[in-house]
Design a protein around this ligand. Structure first.
Ligand code: NAD
Length: 271
């Protein structure tokens, strides 16, 4: 069975006897947080290419509108919704509005995140709260609101949290980020255990370094070259390097997985 877009998504449905496995996401509704830039923008495009109706959620409506235009021109289906993952009232309203506009949510990609890099002794309370509120509490707030809607709808669903190699590997001058991402991995496991009874799968992707706005400057510096030397594959990833893990966790191919974190890091964590 060939896909419609001639993209990477096609290549994972070709090998082996997979024609009966419904990898495609036709008719599914997916919500992506932090969709305006970087990985979230890419995830939104990938899911829409696989046939999902995607709610591209974030704070920068201009950037989201531009993305929706690109997806629509590509034949996909997506709508933008305003969302600040640290604001519980906004999260509840957005989940309600997505459900009303696109239908019950089947897939959530909890992607929004930030990093503040400073020596641990210089981190102040505001830095700490910003990182933990966005990366950990935000994942819980959106996951919790979407899971409640999934339980109400009775069809279960798939929650994909974006963790990091920082969940298990210490990255320099990023103590709050490391703590937040370790929390995301363990929260993924705890929610997976509790919500399995509702047919909700909760898994995570832990990317290694992937080139986005979050780290572009760093990887253009000599220090960035030094980090690349320590990665076994001697390179950092592109957002498309996460497509395989994303499609696995978003599709029925992952039907017997929950509480898992998939590392996609060029061997960084193992080194
Ligand atoms: P990015 O800075 O390019 O994009 C982050 C997105 O999150 C932006 O759209 C931003 O507006 C949004 N965001 C931040 N705070 C928000 C809030 N309060 N409410 C709603 N949206 C908010 O970063 P990225 O590299 O695309 O990172 C995406 C995710 O992937 C993050 O969770 C990050 O920790 C994780 N990650 C990235 C890498 C990497 O190397 N790029 C590696 C591991 C994990």
């Amino acid at each position: 069975m060939y896909g419609r877009y001639g993209s990477y998504v096609d290549t994972i449905v070709l090998p082996g006897n997979v024609t009966e496995i419904p990898y495609y996401l036709d008719g599914k509704v997916a919500l992506v947080t932090g969709a305006s830039r970087g990985l979230g923008r890419h995830f939104t495009r990938t899911l829409s290419r696989a046939g999902a109706k995607v709610a591209a959620c974030g704070r920068s409506q201009d950037l989201l509108q531009e993305l929706i235009g690109e997806i629509t021109a590509d034949g996909g289906s997506a709508r933008s919704f305003p969302l600040d993952v640290t604001n519980s009232a906004n999260v509840a309203a957005t989940v309600q509005s997505v459900t009303k506009t696109l239908g019950p949510i089947n897939i959530l990609v909890n992607n929004a995140g930030i990093a503040i890099t400073k020596p641990a002794l210089d981190v102040d309370e505001a830095d700490w709260d910003t990182v933990i509120d966005t990366n950990l509490k935000g994942v819980w707030l959106v996951g919790h609101a979407v899971a409640r809607a999934m339980v109400e709808n009775g069809n279960g669903g798939k929650i994909i949290n974006i963790a990091s190699i920082a969940s298990t590997t210490v990255l320099g001058r990023a103590s709050s980020y490391c703590a937040s991402k370790a929390g995301v991995t363990q929260l993924t496991r705890a929610l997976a255990v509790e919500w399995a009874r509702h047919g909700i799968q909760v898994n995570a992707i832990a990317p290694g370094y992937i080139r986005t706005d979050m780290n572009k400057e760093f990887f253009e510096s000599p220090l960035g070259d030094k980090v690349i030397e320590r990665i076994p594959q001697r390179k950092i990833g592109d957002p498309a390097d996460l497509d395989g893990a994303l499609m696995l966790l978003a599709s029925d191919a992952s039907r017997f997985m929950t509480g898992s974190t998939i590392l996609v890091d060029g061997g960084h964590d193992a080194s």
